[in-house]
Design a protein around this ligand. Structure first.
Ligand code: SAM
Length: 264
């Protein structure tokens, strides 16, 4: 029998009390005002920990949307590989695309950074607003893709603070460089045994400087190519995530559940 289509809604944490819970905030407004759903409509409720319930709306009021849990649903497995995407700040639309598509593909952590050729400058209030917007994009992408947990966003760092931060991490660390002539990502992943964590750094619209590549190498990052085409930064970030998930992660039907989410 065909599965009925049920809309998914995300809450921070599902707290089950007497078999029901109240959804508040933007998700409640979305259910009640935008979608005009009401008593008797069925939905799927999901949270940060991978908990999922098929639920039925009992009531809609100014306090929120009260739903009754009908049955728990299986959690999607987490990818066997944790991917940390370090992305140089891009113009608004391109950065939004990176955040959305990388979240859909299951990155665990997105770390924006400022580099020598970064043209977009964000500070103070604008930075806070942008992070809030990225979090909304991540939530929608995770809900849409039925992901296990939304990616986290790191605070904006300078290139040198970012490389220092990850210097001691014993993950596979790569920096994407269109001028790299020896190593490519595909070859590197195929010749190495699968790591549990990959940190990938993608540059801004104007690319990395030679000096930045040198500093990254000193911090343990291997420069890698994605082939001879010069890709837009957003294409490079999405391609990186897809390749890693394809080779070592969960772009298949039989990805093992090795670890659950933990913080960066
Ligand atoms: N500096 C270049 C130019 O203006 O000709 C372009 C930089 S590219 C638009 C932006 C970022 O995408 C780069 O910093 C790099 O991280 C990544 N990238 C694009 N194409 C790539 C490739 N073929 N191999 C590896 N990384 C690539």
């Amino acid at each position: 029998m065909e599965k009925p289509f049920l809309r998914r809604f995300f809450v921070k944490e599902i707290v089950v009390e007497d078999g029901s819970c109240i959804i508040t905030g933007s998700e409640a407004r979305h259910i009640a005002k935008a979608l005009r759903m009401g008593r008797g409509d069925r939905i799927i409720l999901l949270d940060n920990q991978g908990v999922r319930y098929q639920s039925i709306i009992e009531s809609v009021s100014p306090r929120g949307v009260r739903v009754k849990f009908e049955r728990p649903l299986p959690s999607p497995s987490s990818s066997p590989i944790r991917i940390i995407l370090c992305q140089a700040l891009l113009k608004s639309r391109a950065m939004d695309q990176v955040i959305e598509k990388a979240s859909e593909l299951g990155v665990h952590y997105i770390h924006p950074f400022d580099s020598e050729r970064t043209v977009v400058k964000l500070d103070g209030q604008r930075a806070k607003e942008r992070v809030r917007r990225w979090q909304d994009i991540i939530h929608s992408a995770t809900t849409q893709s039925d992901g296990r947990a939304p990616a986290e966003i790191g605070t904006l760092l300078s290139f040198s603070d970012l490389t220092t931060k990850y210097q001691k991490k014993s993950a596979m660390k790569v920096i994407f460089w269109e001028d790299e002539e020896v190593k490519d990502l595909k070859g590197l992943l195929r010749e190495s045994s699968p790591a549990t964590e990959v940190i990938g750094m993608v540059g801004p619209e104007g690319g990395f400087t030679q000096e930045e590549i040198r500093v990254a190498e000193q911090a343990g990052f291997t420069p890698v190519s994605l082939g001879q085409r010069v890709l837009k930064a957003e294409t490079a970030a999405i391609t990186m995530t897809a390749i890693i998930q394809y080779e070592w992660g969960d772009l298949s039907l039989d990805s093992p559940l090795i670890h659950s989410t933990s913080s960066e």
